[in-house]
Design a protein. Sequence first.
Lengths: 161, 161
Amino acid sequence: MILGNQVEWALHCVMILASAPKGKLLNSKALADFHGVPKEYLSKCLQMLSQAGLVKTTTGPYGGYSLAKAPAEISFLDVVEAVEGKTKTFKCNEIRRNNPCLAKSDRKFTKLCDIAKVMHEADEAWRRSLRERKLSDITNYLADGVSKETISNFTEWLEEN
Amino acid sequence: MILGNQVEWALHCVMILASAPKGKLLNSKALADFHGVPKEYLSKCLQMLSQAGLVKTTTGPYGGYSLAKAPAEISFLDVVEAVEGKTKTFKCNEIRRNNPCLAKSDRKFTKLCDIAKVMHEADEAWRRSLRERKLSDITNYLADGVSKETISNFTEWLEEN
């Protein structure tokens, strides 16, 4: 069970947008170049973030993406679910219904299967952990431990893009 | 991100083995019939449980599977990892290394990426939840809320298989 690469791309994109000065717009080409990922696939990913209300798009020749909310209001779960959807990680196919020993009167299952219950609890533990962490928890995303040269390159890059 | 069906099959199989009288062996055909799943695929799943040391195989015409440990010593995580492996749910492809602004001196990354850190924490929350739940936590797996007829059918089925 592994999340798609697009989750990683989406998280890095929102972190770049969170690290850029307020009002700065970055288009999909700039974001793709910055992360070394294919623009066509990244565009789809950015559209999903937009549909989920996490980023907003400004059109026009100098248009691009910016965060739609403050970094403290965007959780990791918001980003993961925007890309991967909200489907639970365990799909219960109700194979208990195939049990050949079941009397007719016992074939109506109203309670959730105990196995699915445990699996869904774990799913919720995963989501809770991601819900508790906000983009703002990652401070100094681009400047942490890097040289002045990198920071100055980034400032320049922002001016050019 | 969804777990494969085999996780559901594996969990139901170990619960049946945990519910059967001590020493009872069930072969893959019986377990496949009971759950209405294809025997060939279920066999592979049972082999994985065996490789992980959760079930043991007794060969011969009356051979079959039994639990290799007490139900209180087998966690849901043991079963899930036996089938799905231990690979983390988030794969960090280190796309931060593609950042064109990085000065040469900043290209050696020793610390884990902050994004991967958050994602791995959530993965561990999921595993922790599954690790805390043992097969023995599910009591009355087959007898809970069912009629005497079903219970008697199951006793009969165990004798026949």
